[in-house]
Design a protein around this ligand. Structure first.
Ligand code: BGC
Length: 871
């Protein structure tokens, strides 16, 4: 049964308080902008185009649509947004830091008086370091680890909090805690790179703007009137953990009556603030809590709490005991062979929390402030009394992105793999996309994000998360177009990888890593259909291609530079890095050309098409033999050539055959970071679907399912992180929460469940539904929240009968490919398949049947024609 929905919409905007919004929206004279009815099927990304908006302006809006019979919907409930501070002159705050430096994290506070009832109050705050904000004794907001992690000297996010309801007439106290965080703490890769990457000192910056009922205003800013005092946080570091001595708490430090004891002046400085930007990415929040699964005893006698899930965040500790008792919590991802906490793979990241009890007789509840841990197990030392499941709660933190998909099959192992992929994304999405969340690293490695981006966009709504990070990527891009290895560029790629001939002037970019500049905007465009990310990143994308072009020289073969290559493959298989670099060069040129097309930049389309053709020719000349052997014949070499469409069509079958032969003769995959994402696609697209399923469902080493046999709950960095005999990989690089190899998630959504976006009508305006059953699976169900609504597929095989149910969101269309089908055999909702009822065309190519359809739900069933049915 089908139902299609109509194209038009009307947007109204008004400026008003929320209460007044609804009536203002009804009053034409108060409207800021009325889009009018728009006769278009584009119901996403309609950009506001009314009068220029001012700082602090609040805009309410609502929308209605017409269906295809011209019937209007009800108005949506009013929603609103508010403008931040747009002009440099809006800011009058100064940067403050304690005048009496202490090792301890400082409390900062300021008492101020309000003369009347408040109509509106906002505080705009940020820091060099990390801050928590307090007012009259209470924490403000639910964002954690603010202001997040950006390329601080170029872009520093501020957060906006609404204090209208929290202020009172008369005296108030605003306060902050200020940790070193990514800005001034230990950051990087250990000894090779130093600390305090962005500055020696932490400082705080805030502006509280109060509007009274009579429209007069007061502004309270960080300045010399603030006071500071050492807090009970003796130290707190992103990697190290935190030590908190509750005996040093000053109960009213952020409240009236708190100014006793050791409060001293602050230093106030006026610094340029042209890098201030409003919060851009989704804020980090406490997303969920985990209750311990069991409590274990280590061989050392220590108590170990197992949270049952490798997670990222911190623990909430509850304890009661004598004053001065120190409870030590150490965090690790796995237990060693003896059942003790294994921490060697943290390579020096302490991940240790120490809490010293106040000892008032009451239960003390504590959560850390400016750190996070990657862990499943917590070893507890010094706990007064018996540790119970109530003593520890796992608090999961990450950038607050909505989960966007569900995926379930009849094979529980695949469901667990999907779970592991999602949890590795959670753990590596603490404001920036990271390689790993536990060891002395946790950096924005561009290659990891590049290979995982497509999967990430299926799992969660990553639009803002990556849009924000891409701005840092562009900000940190070198003048020659080279993209740093990590973004923000804290390892200063230029210092560790200067280009040989330009020593000290320009940094080398690595293939597959720097390509984050082109691949990620493109993936966002596919998933959300928003051309703005392409527009905004276009210069950065083009600069990266210019860089590749320059390194590849006249021959168009990028050779000789330092490369990470197909990082962490299995065994001693190694793929020629020149081949990889040239393949990625072609890939980026191709994507840039498509981007130019999406943006209507006709000259560039032509230019990059020609360049793509030429790089492809160079690739074939240099790396492809007449029998279609690519490079040294590694799996990754074939995968890149096929996945990036680098081979002439007449060589596809032969190259895919050689790839399949390699998979069959080794019996397993050998790919690393760059070959893994495309491996199953290269097989399934060119006739080796069952080989792809065999690789996916294999659970011997190396494979995606092998870690499950060791109880993995996240994706491992190494195929053999824990070997079959229980021995461990090199601890210096053995993360158990590294999403790169979880890039197989994209194949699970697109080929098993069969959901793909269409690049010609992106953002699921049109989708391609093409499930490919196999691997003995008899039931699969997946759904994906698109901007148009939920898209879902669900299929089942019983005997030779295949049934597929699809649900296509309103105002979108889809092409559904029914595998191994003939038109005559297919029933849709019990009726013979035919045009009508939402179905606009039916085509039979002799093997599969392709159906074009509009929105709605459809149920296809038929007897499959051949071997696709259950064995
Ligand atoms: C990180 C990777 C990263 C790599 C560069 C490692 O230390 O953990 O995931 O991409 O370095 O090759």
């Amino acid at each position: 049964m089908a139902e299609t929905s109509g194209p038009q919409r009307l947007t109204r905007l008004a400026t008003a308080s929320p209460e007044a919004a609804a009536s203002a929206l009804d009053n034409d004279s108060q409207l800021l902008w009325d889009s009018g009815g728009i006769d278009s099927t584009d119901s996403t990304h309609r950009v506001y185009s009314g009068p220029r908006l001012r700082s602090r302006q609040r805009c309410s809006w609502r929308v209605r649509i017409w269906d295809d019979y011209g019937t209007p919907s009800e108005w949506s409930a009013p929603a609103w947004w508010e403008m931040g501070l747009l002009e440099l002159s809006d800011w009058s705050a100064q940067w403050i830091e304690p005048d009496a430096p202490s090792q301890r994290v400082p409390y900062l506070r300021r008492r101020f008086a309000l003369r009347d009832e408040v109509a509106r109050a906002r505080v705009y705050a940020t820091s060099h370091g990390l801050y928590q904000l307090y007012l009259n004794g209470h924490r403000i907001g639910d964002f954690e680890l603010t202001p997040g992690f950006t390329s601080y000297h170029k872009r520093l996010q501020y957060q906006t909090y609404d204090l209208t309801e929290s202020l009172r007439i008369g005296d108030n106290v605003i306060g902050a805690l200020l940790g070193e965080g990514w800005y001034a703490g230990v950051l990087g890769l250990g000894d090779a790179w130093d600390n305090k990457r962005y500055g020696e000192h932490t400082s705080f910056f805030a502006q509280l703007e109060v509007t009274y009922r009579d429209d007069t205003t007061d502004t309270i800013v960080t300045d010399e009137h603030w006071r500071s005092s050492p807090s009970p946080i003796l130290n707190s570091g992103v990697y190290a953990g935190e030590t908190y001595d509750a005996r040093l708490e000053q109960t009213h430090w952020a409240n009236l009556g708190g100014l006793n004891g050791l409060w001293s002046r602050v230093l106030a400085r006026i610094l340029p603030h042209d890098g201030l930007v409003a919060q851009h990415g989704p804020p980090i929040r406490k997303i969920q809590e985990l209750v311990p699964k069991c409590i274990l005893r280590a061989s050392t006698g220590e108590t170990i709490v197992d949270l049952g899930q490798n997670m990222v965040g911190w623990v909430r500790l509850c304890a009661r005991g004598p004053a001065g008792t120190t409870i030590t919590l150490r965090h690790g991802e796995i237990l060693d062979a003896k059942g003790d906490l294994y921490t060697e793979n943290l390579i020096g990241a302490g991940q240790t929390i120490r809490y010293i009890l106040r000892g008032t007789g009451a239960i003390e509840v504590y959560e850390p402030h400016f750190t996070f841990q990657g862990f499943r197990y917590v070893s507890i030392h010094g706990y007064p009394g018996e540790v119970t499941v109530g003593s520890i709660t796992g608090v999961v933190l990450h950038s607050d992105m909505a989960q966007a998909s569900e995926f379930a099959t009849s094979d529980d192992r695949l469901n667990q793999l999907h779970h592991n992929v999602v949890w590795s994304q959670k753990g590596n999405s603490v404001d920036i996309p990271t390689d790993c969340p536990q060891r002395l690293e946790r950096l924005g490695w561009t290659g990891d994000a590049q290979v995982f981006a497509a999967t990430a966009a299926f799992n969660m709504d990553v639009a803002l998360f990556f849009t924000k990070w891409l701005k840092d990527l562009a900000a940190d891009q070198y003048p020659n177009g080279s993209v740093p290895w990590v973004v923000p560029d804290v390892v200063r790629t230029i210092e560790v990888a200067p280009l040989p001939e330009l020593l000290g002037k320009e940094a080398a970019g690595a293939a597959g890593w720097g390509d984050a500049a082109t691949v990620i905007p493109w993936e966002l465009y596919l998933a959300y259909g928003d051309t703005r990310v392409l527009q905004e990143q276009y210069a950065s994308m083009a600069k990266w291609v210019d860089y590749q072009r320059a390194r590849a020289g006249d021959q168009l073969v990028w050779s000789g530079d330092y490369q990470w290559g197909d990082w962490l493959p299995f065994g001693d298989v190694s793929t020629d890095t020149d081949l990889i670099a040239t393949a990625y060069f072609a890939r980026s040129v191709d994507l840039l050309g498509r981007t130019a097309q999406a943006l209507g930049k006709d000259d560039d389309v032509l230019r990059y098409r020609i360049l793509f053709r030429d790089v492809r020719a160079a690739f074939n000349r240099t790396f492809v033999a007449t029998d279609a052997k690519v490079g040294g014949g590694t799996q990754t070499a074939y995968v890149l050539a096929l996945q990036f469409d680098l081979l002439p069509p007449e060589q596809h079958a032969a190259a895919a055959g050689l790839l399949a032969a390699s998979v069959r003769s080794t019996g397993h995959l050998t790919t690393g970071f760059l070959g893994t994402p495309g491996l199953l696609f290269a097989l399934s697209k060119f006739g080796y679907l069952e080989d792809a399923y065999r690789l996916l469902l294999r659970d011997n080493i190396p494979s995606w399912l092998y870690p499950l046999t060791h109880g993995a709950t996240t994706i491992w960095e190494n195929w053999d992180g824990i070997r079959p005999d229980g021995s461990l990989q090199d601890p210096s690089m053995n993360s158990f929460n590294h999403y790169a190899k979880g890039a197989v998630g994209e194949w699970m959504y697109r080929v098993i469940a069969g959901i793909s976006a269409d690049s010609t009508r992106p953002g699921y305006k049109h989708s391609r539904i093409s499930p490919k059953p196999g691997g003995g699976l008899h039931r699969v169900r997946a759904s994906h929240s698109t901007l148009y609504g939920e898209l879902s597929t669900s299929w089942e095989i019983a005997g030779s009968t295949f049934q597929l149910v699809v649900s296509i969101p309103a105002n979108t269309t889809a092409t559904v490919t029914l595998p191994s089908a003939t038109v005559q055999a297919i029933l849709e909702s019990g009726e013979p398949l035919a045009v009508g009822n939402g179905i606009t065309s039916v085509q039979d190519d002799g093997a599969d049947v392709t159906v074009e359809l509009g929105s709605g739900s459809y149920r296809f069933s038929y007897a499959m024609a051949d071997s696709h049915s259950e064995p």
